[in-house]
Design a protein around this ligand. Structure first.
Ligand code: SF4
Length: 375
């Protein structure tokens, strides 16, 4: 695959990190773990001649295992945690009437843009870490004791559609006592290269499933990869009566699709909640100016830097056009429809984590900023 030199959103030079993956795998003291973001599974196939939107997650897991990665997990598992934390935060803010609208925090391209351009709005951004960082914080905590006993070090590799995720993982608030939430971030394009470097014939791989316990995700966690997905997941979490997929298609018809600005309102516990969804930073910029000028009002705003959301991230296979973006998004909604678990709080493994490892440790999932705009 080709590789772009510059990130379209963060204006950073892309660092290739495959050599770090090989180094980790060949070090016997390392426990090497990978997490794979939702958007990767509907686009990687394009590097191997498959159609956009084709779901290749079974082969991706098999490829990562063949390369020598010990455990392979789903970032969508962490997205379920994000949904639970973020909807809790949203309800708290609604109740107090504070810091509304709540802006989503899972796109580092957007977060950095907001820090630089709208520092007065930063308190409106959710304090939730992104799924990538939540996953890292949890896995490092989970293996902390075991690593000590076994004299090992857990190395977490993220496979992301996104170049801005590299900068996010490097931010200093995501490191505690020298332990980073995420050690290495590779893009979908870099994963394709890694597979080719290893001499693996992707098409011939036998599919494998994620490892447990961090490999089980709800459909809500998976649609995070498409514009509107976070909103749909949070609203689904807040609805008392969960809609079946026909009702869901209807209820969320305004939040899906590729329009630059989407608006909808939902009845949450008898209160009308107004949401907006934007993708692309120019559109976000204009919308925020209108919000600040009092021309528009929302309770919840989802912002993704990439047009189409993460399915069209700067680390995804190129070329891509709107038709391809739509096909990739369709792949994620298909996974949602076929998922056994429809709503994040119905994910039994996430819920048991909340009762166990995270019981007195919810702060692991939230951002505590140490630094300012240029982190
Ligand atoms: Fe990365 Fe783009 Fe997704 Fe933001 S929208 S997290 S920049 S891929």
């Amino acid at each position: 695959g080709q590789c772009r030199a510059v990130c379209p959103t963060g204006a950073i030079i892309i660092k290739k990190e495959n050599h770090k993956v090989w180094e980790a795998i060949h070090n016997k003291r390392k426990r090497v773990i990978a997490q794979v973001a939702p958007a990767v599974r509907v686009a990687l196939g394009e590097e191997f001649g498959l159609e956009p939107g084709e779901i290749t997650i079974g082969k991706i897991v098999a490829a990562l295992k063949t390369i020598g990665i010990h455990e392979v997990y789903d970032t969508a598992f962490a997205a379920d945690m994000t949904v639970i934390e973020e909807s809790k935060e949203f309800v708290e803010r609604l109740t107090k009437g504070e810091n509304l609208p709540l802006f989503t925090s899972c796109c580092p391209g957007w977060v950095k843009f907001a820090e630089n351009k709208f520092p007065d709005m930063v308190d409106n951004i959710s304090t939730c870490k992104s799924p990538q960082q939540m996953f890292g914080a949890v896995i490092k905590e989970y293996y902390k004791k075991i690593d000590k006993e076994e004299d090992k070090e857990t190395i977490l590799i993220s496979v992301m559609p996104c170049t801005a995720k590299k900068a996010e993982a490097a931010r200093e608030e995501f490191e505690y006592n020298g332990v980073k939430d995420v050690d290495i971030v590779i893009t979908t394009q870099e994963l394709a290269l890694l597979i080719k470097e290893a001499g693996i014939i992707f098409e011939q791989l036998e599919e494998e499933s994620f490892d447990m316990p961090f490999g089980l995700a709800s459909g809500s966690g998976i649609i995070f990869g498409a514009t509107g997905g976070v909103t749909e997941a949070v609203v689904t979490r807040l609805l008392k009566d969960k809609p079946d997929h026909f009702a869901k298609d209807l209820l969320f018809s305004d939040v899906r699709g590729m329009e630059n600005l989407k608006e909808a309102s939902f009845d949450v516990d008898g209160k009308e909640v107004k949401v907006a969804i934007v993708h692309g930073l120019k559109v976000a910029n204009d919308l925020i100016n209108q919000i600040k000028a009092g021309e528009r009002y929302y309770d919840f705003v989802e912002v993704m830097a990439c047009p189409g959301g993460c399915i069209a991230g700067g680390g995804q296979p190129v070329p891509m056009d709107t038709a391809m973006r739509k096909e990739r998004a369709k792949g994620l909604y298909k996974l949602d429809r076929t998922s056994h678990i429809k709503s994040s709080e119905k994910n039994p493994l996430v819920m048991s984590l909340f009762e166990d490892l995270l019981k007195d440790n919810h702060e692991l999932l939230h951002v505590h900023k140490k630094s300012g705009a240029d982190a």
